[in-house]
Ligand binder design. Sequence first.
Ligand code: NDP
Length: 284
Amino acid sequence: MPAQLLDGNTLSKKLRAEITARAAIVTAKGVRPGLAVIVIGDNPASQVYVRNKVKACEDVGFYSVLERYPAELGEDELLARIALLNADPKIHGILVQLPLPDHIATERVLEAIAPEKDVDGFHIANAGALMVGHPEFKPCTPYGCMKMLESIDYPIRGARAVIVGASNIVGKPMAMLLLQAGATVTICNSKTRDLAHHTKDADILVVATGKPKMISGDMVKNGSVVIDVGINRLPDGKLCGDVDFDAAKYIAGWITPVPGGVGPMTITMLLMNTLEAAEKAVKK
Ligand code: NDP
């Protein structure tokens, strides 16, 4: 019996309807949620991601600005632009699309964004707040994964969760959110010995490595929830995840497809964070 699909498109649609309704309420109170997206250089994937983000903003009734700069933009110029957006009352969320060109220090840029407008949740203040359990914003991808678990009422408390991948934007915040929800969490990285030993024990398996299909069916526990964050383009142009979906779907109880799983949820949670920032602005 194949696993049930954790369909990110369907769940996103439901959440975006809620976001649209809440955005209309704050807009009526004089605060239209506003997101600024900055993209530097002409990385084709980044261009697609930012276009999707801006389109998603339009669809839910947000104000949005997309600022594109050439790859040669200086770090100081970028920091000056962020300072202006930090002070702009029409903007509640600022997102700088990664990766940045090598001559720009990513950390310096992320930390220049005011924490209360850091809707990606990457500022060190938000990362620290997440660690102690009260983040201003949860990073969008892990937040989306948690929403997917919530959507199936998965009993996270006491479950064994294994996260493969330990990046600052996915693996580590995912571990924190699962830990705070009561899971017993293991984080694996590229040096982990006998990875399958860990993954086969996981009630919840989250994979974010950027290694196409590296989790084979026999690395998955029967009946588990498998959340595949990876987005990889194969030589034939097709997208695939970090999990061998066609094999794992016969073993897992729930599984996310790629595309159509975590990807749409990431954008939806960006909208949610921007909305929440605007709602906080109304209360001020
Ligand atoms: P990073 O490259 O920053 O991190 C990858 C992590 O995976 C590292 O911790 C690395 O270990 C670990 N890793 C690599 N190879 C192995 C291995 N063989 N066994 C175990 N661990 C391994 O990647 P990101 O977190 O930024 O992204 C991961 C994937 O998720 C990519 O495909 C990316 O495109 C996708 N992504 C998708 C999003 C979405 O919205 N769906 C959003 C963000 C990312 P080590 O620390 O030892 O180097």
